[in-house]
Design a protein around this ligand. Structure first.
Ligand SMILES: NC(=O)c1ccc[n+]([C@@H]2O[C@H](COP(=O)([O-])OP(=O)(O)OC[C@H]3O[C@@H](n4cnc5c(N)ncnc54)[C@H](OP(=O)(O)O)[C@@H]3O)[C@@H](O)[C@H]2O)c1
Length: 274
């Protein structure tokens, strides 16, 4: 199958070609295709004539989105709408990736695909708008919600913690936000399985299990053999511009259920490849 990947320079984008080896993949980074530019998106999709477009592009600066709403909606809402439209015009399907931050985190159990989104932040609202525009624009779609993505290259929480651990006397890390840490290559493999299933719909695909940021940091440092005090702090002690969900672990009740390895396996692979 011909597959066109957008956002190829990101954590997921760079993981997808290896997972989609069975297919004929073209991967375009932001400099090659800005998904917020409808004319260019239409031209690129028409030129490549893919059977499936996979959108790994997003504007993920959660805190900056509170003050730069236009940027967030341009990439996270208009972008996937443009891809959905261009794909529909060419008879292609679209796989779009969304986030656990579409949920408010107040449910008290992991979120499945039948739970109602209620974003708390501008970033979450922009991603939910993207989901809804994809649903309205191209019936042949998958929406994959994932969470807490990490990769040995790119910007992510784990790499930030390793950088801080190299210089700070101790780390202070939030212990009252719980989520599903997800290793980007594992997510890419799950996406490949979902595409091969041909079953459109909304799916949760994230690392199995759950952790707080504090727990994740302790596991990272232990695995790297770094002896550093990690002080648990509350969200209230660590104010950020964007509110985060308190408990946004993801589970799947869909068929097919795409299960990923436990996040600890992802962490092990991440550390092995650093
Ligand atoms: N990272 C997480 O923790 C997380 C959590 C939940 C869900 N997700 C979702 O998972 C997906 C993959 O995320 P990721 O972690 O791989 O993100 P990432 O590493 O930040 O990569 C996103 C890529 O999209 C590019 N991009 C931004 N705006 C664009 C535009 N208008 N046109 C084309 N490309 C654009 C970025 O380029 P520049 O770097 O040049 O801006 C970057 O290369 C996204 O849908 C994201 O919302 C991520």
């Amino acid at each position: 199958m011909k597959i066109l990947v957008t956002g190829a320079g990101g954590q997921l984008g760079r993981s997808l070609p290896a997972a989609l080896l069975a297919h004929d993949v073209t991967a375009l980074a932001r400099v090659e295709l800005d998904i917020a530019d409808l004319a260019r998106v239409r031209a690129a999709v028409a030129a490549h004539a893919p059977a499936v477009v996979v959108n790994a592009a997003a504007w993920n600066r959660v805190d900056d989105a509170e003050s730069e709403r236009d940027q967030a909606f341009r990439a996270n809402a208009l972008g996937p709408r443009n891809l959905a439209l261009a794909a529909a015009e060419c008879g292609a399907a679209l796989l779009h990736v969304s986030t656990d931050y579409v949920f408010d985190g107040e449910l008290g159990r992991p979120y499945d695909e039948f739970d109602r989104p209620e974003p708390r932040s501008v970033y979450g609202a922009s991603k939910l708008a993207g989901e809804n525009l994809v649903r309205e624009t191209n019936p042949r779609h998958w929406i994959v919600r994932t969470a807490w993505v990490f990769h040995e290259e790119g910007q992510n929480f784990l790499r930030t913690m390793l950088r801080l651990a190299a210089s700070a006397a101790e780390l202070r890390v939030v212990n009252d936000q719980i989520g599903s840490p997800t290793y980007a290559p594992h997510l890419a493999t799950g996406i490949a399985r979902l595409i091969d299933s041909g079953a459109f719909g909304t799916y949760h695909i994230a690392g199995a299990g759950q952790a707080s940021w504090h727990e994740l940091t302790c596991a990272l440092l232990a695995r790297r053999g770094i002896d550093k005090k990690v002080v648990p702090v509350s969200t209230a002690e660590f104010p950020r511009p964007a509110p985060r969900p308190r408990f946004s672990a993801l589970v799947s009740h869909m068929d097919p259920r795409i299960e990923l390895p436990p996040w600890q396996d992802g962490l092990a692979a991440f550390c092995a490849r650093l």
